[in-house]
Write a protein that binds this ligand. Structure first.
Ligand code: HEM
Length: 486
């Protein structure tokens, strides 16, 4: 049996290589009139250049860029893929050609979230997308709304600190990643759905796991996205878990609203309107393209929940890892906090503008460890990028991870050095929100991340509070025992 299987594998490879050779020879004779960017020569049938990628796709792309330059071309399955690895090429895609490059391709992971319903993250750019973005900005992520939810964020950060102090007292190892994900989960679910992710430990664990699974899928390149006949990959399990959670939240909310209507507006309801309420109010409204349905409300809430949770937790985890590795930076940060905030109170979000070193630490983490290092876009029409032709329906990748390490822009790019963002070193005006193409952790342009401001508020406040906690918990020693990046 084993021998038979071995023979089949051998025959398959011989077939693969022969077909590729024939294809390469054939392609030479009928040369494409397109002037594509340079790239690796041999694309295998069916999978294209997938064999050149690894599980850390951004790093594989970075390695290829050192060979083929800041704009290179690959075949992923039968799809053209163009990868940009320098700020100049990022600008060509995200700004110069913004009109043609403003879609996120409909990836399989989208199916986990959207159940086939048109949503926001994977919706093509157009009037309905603008409608969805306006709702999210006005009702959840604008400065005014963020201000409204400040106490929720503060309460959750305090609960997180209490939990790690308690674990410290009981001499259990700190489960940092889990605690951070719980923190971001709770903040975002309270802001969107008005409640924490509740249930038995098992239920909460299942949902956290499902959210993490979607996060992993979002950050990975799936062959099934590019090879048509593999597209039936089973995303049902993750999708079902998330849908069950959202259905429960929706039903409870609909019941609560019915009660509220029966009892009169102000009675029996301490809770103000939140994101989900606003979405429920919109059900049934129509724009020129489509109707906003109950499913749309569920999917949009879920998307906000998933988009925010993992990346925010990852940013904090990377920062802690770097601070432990660099005790001098750790103690400099502590000194700044002690001198501005003092030792007797927790930090407030309003303290952040007075803490330039903390802000520099946050930017440096985003430069060296962008939590969403590549998010694909797709061309809607043929365009020219960097003087090369890019066909319609190509996948576009801006490698934010490679850009943060571009030696033309960053001195000693591999060194973790917040000092580079201090006023005396001239980079303090660099912002992370997509205006400066050498620092793009949140992407840029109309499809850039709408959650950047929320992220920076939570990320910096939580980080400072954790540092403050250090007088009670020997954080470096504790974290060193468990942090998963070492
Ligand atoms: C460290 C935290 C975060 C990072 C690094 C991050 C990064 C990104 C990136 C790189 C994109 C794609 C941009 C592009 O295509 O140019 C994106 C899109 C998006 N992000 Fe974030 N994000 C974070 C947190 C959040 C949060 C907290 C939320 C919401 C609560 C959020 C919601 C979204 C949404 C909805 C999109 C899709 C926008 C669209 O398709 O128009 N993100 N994010």
């Amino acid at each position: 049996m084993l021998e038979f299987q071995g023979n089949m594998v051998l025959i398959f490879f011989v077939w693969l290589v022969s077909i590729s050779l024939i294809k390469t020879l054939f392609t030479k004779k009928t040369q494409s009139p397109l002037k594509l960017p340079p790239g690796p020569p041999l694309a295998l049938p069916i999978i294209g250049h997938f064999h050149l990628l690894s599980s850390l796709v951004h790093q594989a792309f970075f390695n290829l860029s050192t060979k083929y330059g800041p704009l290179f071309h690959l075949m992923l399955g039968s799809k053209h893929c163009i990868v940009a690895s320098s700020p100049e090429m990022a600008k060509e895609i995200l700004r110069t050609n913004e009109e043609s490059c403003s879609n996120h391709p409909p990836l399989i992971v989208g199916g986990c979230l959207t159940n086939g319903v048109l949503d926001y993250v994977f919706m093509p750019y157009g009037p309905h997308w603008r409608f969805m973005k306006k709702i999210c900005m006005n009702e959840l992520l604008s400065e005014r709304t963020l201000e409204k939810f400040v106490s929720i964020r503060q309460q959750e950060i305090e609960a997180f600190l209490r939990s790690i102090l308690q674990q410290n007292r009981s001499e259990q190892p700190l489960r940092v990643r889990e605690e951070l994900i719980k923190l971001t989960n709770n903040i975002i679910s309270r802001m969107t759905m008005g409640k924490k992710c509740e249930g038995t430990n098992d239920e909460v664990g299942e949902i956290t796991k499902a959210v993490q699974e979607v996060g992993v899928l979002l950050g990975t390149f799936n062959l099934c996205d590019y090879v048509v006949f593999l597209r039936n990959l089973d995303v049902q399990a993750v999708s079902k878990k998330l849908d069950t959670m959202m259905e429960k939240v929706m039903r409870e909310r609909e019941e609560a609203r019915k009660m509220k209507n029966m009892m009169g507006d102000d009675q029996n309801c301490e809770r103000g309107m939140d994101f989900l309420d606003c979405l429920i109010d919109l059900i049934g409204t129509e724009d020129s393209e489509m109707k906003f349905t109950r499913e749309s409300a569920k999917v949009l809430t879920l998307e906000m929940f998933v988009a925010g949770t993992n990346s925010l937790a990852a940013a904090m985890e990377w920062t802690l890892a770097e601070l432990i590795k660099n005790p001098k930076i750790f103690s400099k940060a502590r000194k700044e906090i002690d001198s501005i905030v003092g030792k007797n109170r927790l930090v407030r979000e309003s303290d952040i503008p007075n803490l330039p070193y903390i802000q520099a630490i946050a930017k440096e983490t985003m430069r060296l460890h962008p939590p969403a290092p590549i998010i694909p876009r797709e061309t809607t029409r043929m365009c020219k990028i960097g003087g090369y032709d890019v066909p319609s329906n190509s996948t576009l990748i801006v490698n934010y991870w490679a850009i943060g390490r571009d030696p033309n822009y960053w001195e000693n790019p591999l060194e973790y050095s917040p000092e580079r963002f201090l006023p005396k070193n001239g980079n303090d005006n660099l912002d992370v929100r997509g205006q400066h193409y050498q620092l793009l952790p949140f992407g840029s342009g109309r499809r850039g991340c709408p959650g950047a401001s929320l992220t920076m508020l939570v990320f910096q406040t939580a980080m400072i509070d954790i540092l403050l906690c250090e007088k009670d918990v020997d954080i470096p020693a504790n974290l060193r025992r468990v942090i998963s990046m070492f």
